[in-house]
Design a protein around this ligand. Structure first.
Ligand SMILES: Cc1cc2nc3c(=O)[nH]c(=O)nc-3n(C[C@H](O)[C@H](O)[C@H](O)COP(=O)(O)O)c2cc1C
Length: 182
C-alpha cells in the first residue's frame, strides 16, 4: 500500500501537520508528500491512501484544496482522510469555542464528507487543530470576531502557539488510527 499526503499551506501550519503525518505513515508504509499545486488528480490511482490537508479560509477548506478535491476521479482505488488547521478555537473549548468553531471552521469537515460522497470514495476521518494567523488575519479576528478585550487577551497567546507539540502528537496518532482502518 502506498500513501500520498497532499496539502496546501500559505504560512506553514498545515505543512507542519502534513509533514508529521508523512513522518508517521513512512514508518509503516511507502509514503509521498506533495504540495497540492504539484499533484495531478489523474495520477492518484497508484495510491491506496490519500491524505488531503488545507488551512480553513472563509469558514471552509482553502480554495486550492476545494478545487483539487473537485478534480478527484470518480470511484478511485484510494481511500481518503482529511486534515485542516484553523484560527478559531477547537470545538470543545467551551460554549464560545463551539459557537466560533461552527461559524468559522465548521464547514471544513463537511466539505471532505460531501466530496467523498460525490466521488464515491471511502472517507476514513479527519484531523484538525488551531494554527496561528498572519498579522492581517489576526487583525480581522480582533475587529470582527473576538471583539471583547478580555477574551482577546486570552485568545491571542493561545492562538500563537499552535500548532504545538500536542497537535503534532495528535496528528501522528490520527495517522496511525487511519492506517488501522485500512
Ligand atoms: C484568507 C484567509 C482566510 C481565513 N479564514 C479563516 C476562517 O474562516 N476561519 C478560521 O478559523 N481561520 C481562518 N484563517 C486562518 C487560517 O485558517 C490559519 O491561520 C491556518 O492555520 C493557516 O494555515 P497555513 O499556515 O497552512 O496557511 C484564514 C486565513 C487566511 C489567510
Amino acid at each position: 500500500m502506498k500513501a500520498l499526503i497532499v496539502y496546501f499551506s500559505q504560512t506553514g501550519n498545515t505543512k507542519q501537520i502534513a509533514e508529521s503525518i508523512h513522518e508517521e505513515i513512512s514508518k509503516h508504509a511507502d509514503a509521498d508528500i506533495a504540495s497540492v499545486s504539484r499533484v495531478d488528480p489523474g495520477t492518484l490511482n497508484q495510491y491506496g491512501l490519500l491524505f488531503v490537508g488545507a488551512p480553513c479560509h472563509s469558514s471552509d477548506l482553502a480554495p486550492p484544496v476545494k478545487g483539487f478535491l473537485e478534480r478527484l476521479p470518480m470511484s478511485p482505488d484510494f481511500k481518503l482522510a482529511g486534515f485542516f488547521t484553523h484560527s478559531t478555537y477547537m470545538p470543545d473549548h467551551g460554549e464560545q469555542g463551539t459557537k466560533l468553531y461552527d461559524r468559522w471552521a465548521g464547514r471544513c469537515h463537511l466539505t471532505f464528507e460531501e466530496v467523498s460522497r460525490e466521488k464515491n470514495v471511502e472517507f476514513l476521518g479527519y484531523f484538525n487543530c488551531m494554527g496561528k494567523a498572519s498579522p492581517d488575519i489576526e487583525a480581522f479576528i480582533k475587529r470582527e470576531i473576538i471583539t471583547d478585550e478580555v477574551e482577546w487577551e486570552k485568545y491571542l497567546p493561545e492562538l500563537r502557539r499552535h500548532p504545538d507539540t500536542n497537535d503534532i502528537k495528535n496528528a501522528k496518532n490520527f495517522a496511525l488510527e487511519i492506517l488501522g482502518k485500512l
